[in-house]
Write a protein that binds this ligand. Sequence first.
Ligand code: C5P
Length: 237
Amino acid sequence: MKGKLLYEGKAKRVYQADGQPGKLVLAYKNDVTAFNGEKKDMLPGKADLNNAISSHIFHELNDRGIRTHFIEKVSATEQLVHASEIIPLEVVVRNIAAGSIAKRLGIQAGTPLTPSIIELFYKNDDLNDPLINDDHALFLSDVTQPELNDIKTQALEINRQLIKLFTDVGIELVDFKLEFGRLSDGSVVLSDEISPDTCRLWDIQTRENLDKDVFRNGTGNLLEVYEKLMTRLEEAR
Ligand code: C5P
């Protein structure tokens, strides 16, 4: 199934899909990192959970008419996707203040952000993924203004769909990060992963974190929390 290794990131490896031109295999790793790799650990079982959760979410998004790179989950830790050229932007959507926006703008964590706020970060580890505006994005990546507008429209629609998906299982979608990629036909679609590594998710009733903040802040057992999240998503099927 897997061909040549094309790229290794902090959380995934990307392989050519053997005998399937235009398709890739994403293989999740057990590594967990935070603060741009400053804090790290290896948690056997994490790859399976991230793959299961991200596959579940992308499957739901595909069903709800969002264009994504996702084709199917092909093993416990791997998924088959359409090859896309990743645009070096991290598109963050925020519904509730938490994390960097709370610190940067002095907003009390937990404050609702209505309408939702979209932020762009330049995907560059050496620079620590700095916050950028549209003009920077046009300069730094090869996106055009219409594509950037389309990315933001897609991000807000994805936000609406994810809010429904998580609200149904009693979870509040605080914020999340998206990445987009360009397919061979030039269209820009949702790529990468959506998982508790890339979202902040709070239990609506208890406000308990069901995401990587438990690792970032050392407040809980990441595997137990991710398993709880997966079980809740599966029960809603
Ligand atoms: O750290 P910050 O508050 O800006 O993060 C916003 C959201 O984006 C969080 O859900 C976080 O998990 C996600 N994120 C990510 N990858 C990054 C930076 C942030 O998935 N490199």
